[in-house]
Write a protein that binds this ligand. Sequence first.
Ligand SMILES: Cc1cc2nc3c(=O)[nH]c(=O)nc-3n(C[C@H](O)[C@H](O)[C@H](O)COP(=O)(O)OP(=O)(O)OC[C@H]3O[C@@H](n4cnc5c(N)ncnc54)[C@H](O)[C@@H]3O)c2cc1C
Length: 378
Amino acid sequence: MIDFTFSEEQEMFRKAAREFAETQVAPKIPVMEETGEVSDAVVKALGEAEMMALTIPEEYGGLGLGYVARMIALEEISRVSVATAMMLQVFALGIEPIVKFGSEELKKKYLPGLAKGERLATTAVTEATGGSDPTGIRSAYKKEGDDFIVNGRKCFITNSHIADTITILTKSEDDPKAFCAFVIDKDMEGWRATHKEHKVGMRGCNTGELAFENLRIPKTQLLGNEGKGLGVTMAAIGDVGRGGMVGCALGLQAACLEESIKFSNERVLYGKPISALQGIQNKLAEIKIDLEAGRLLAYRAAAMQDNGIRCSNEFAVAKYFTTEVAQKAAKMAVDIHGGYGCMEEYAVSRFWRDAAVLGPSAGTSDIMKVIIGRWVLA
Ligand SMILES: Cc1cc2nc3c(=O)[nH]c(=O)nc-3n(C[C@H](O)[C@H](O)[C@H](O)COP(=O)(O)OP(=O)(O)OC[C@H]3O[C@@H](n4cnc5c(N)ncnc54)[C@H](O)[C@@H]3O)c2cc1C
């Protein structure tokens, strides 16, 4: 039998995540929107609420709650602030290669601090020459005894200026097919966060560049085998990265639906609320249909992940669908609001800008179709 119900614990967790988002995150949105900067108070609150500990195993100080719980948390936080959900999603993406490929020594060194929110994580793969095609990266390593010396630049990195524990992908200076993934931290000299991006949406989530200048990395910081780093980072992006973006997209859709219902019940035209108009009801129905379909895709893939079943293809389907329909939902929500939808006082204008930023992270919709195409032809 297929059981589509959430357990009592999961429902309670959803309630707690919603309350957290509404009380700890929502009040900070105006200043995040105004400045575009990360709210220190939100980061602190995420740590205190153990939101950073969700996917970290209990033996390393985490909660070990897994990926359905993470999907619930991201959906609820994104319903209030996509920017905050994005920060949290990439945080887990940065941690995953340590959990899955790190040595015992690396796990003990980093995971307890990350679980408490004392350390902040990210993953840095993308470069100007390597986005959809990560093999095009130019951040190069060369070996010096047991150390690796890395030079290069990364771009579009979430949490670039707040993370102090970063999983990075580099390529051999000598062999274009050999990649190494490392974890670097703030105590190492030779890297710094440089340019900060100003995004149209997800303001309050930091995105920027990193520069590596003769960064010396001891061999002990290697994640997975030497030369096999591409698999290490892409495995994490395939399920944790895509799954995280799915959670962000679901929350945004839910928010679009709620705000649209509220507005259409309040806005009176022709002597009655516009929710009485069938044209408006059709739009609300479309958002609801997409949201429910997206939830099925999302939680199925997350449940597979919790059960150790390969799920990167299922997440590609979910990522494609939910990020596309989230953009559609945001446009419909703005449309339902008429002229008010274009005004900053109305949350849907923020949703519209946030929706535009959902697409590229963890792979564009074109790339999801490439993955799905390969899957169906395999
Ligand atoms: C807000 C935000 C946060 C991000 N956070 C991170 C992060 O934390 N860490 C990180 O490493 N990266 C991050 N990224 C980078 C993200 O992963 C890349 O932007 C994404 O992979 C696309 O790469 P690109 O921007 O270089 O676009 P390109 O790869 O240059 O793509 C340009 C266009 O070509 C299309 N295209 C490419 N290949 C194909 C194909 N085979 N078939 C059809 N069309 C194709 C694309 O879909 C796109 O439309 C982030 C990006 C954003 C916007």
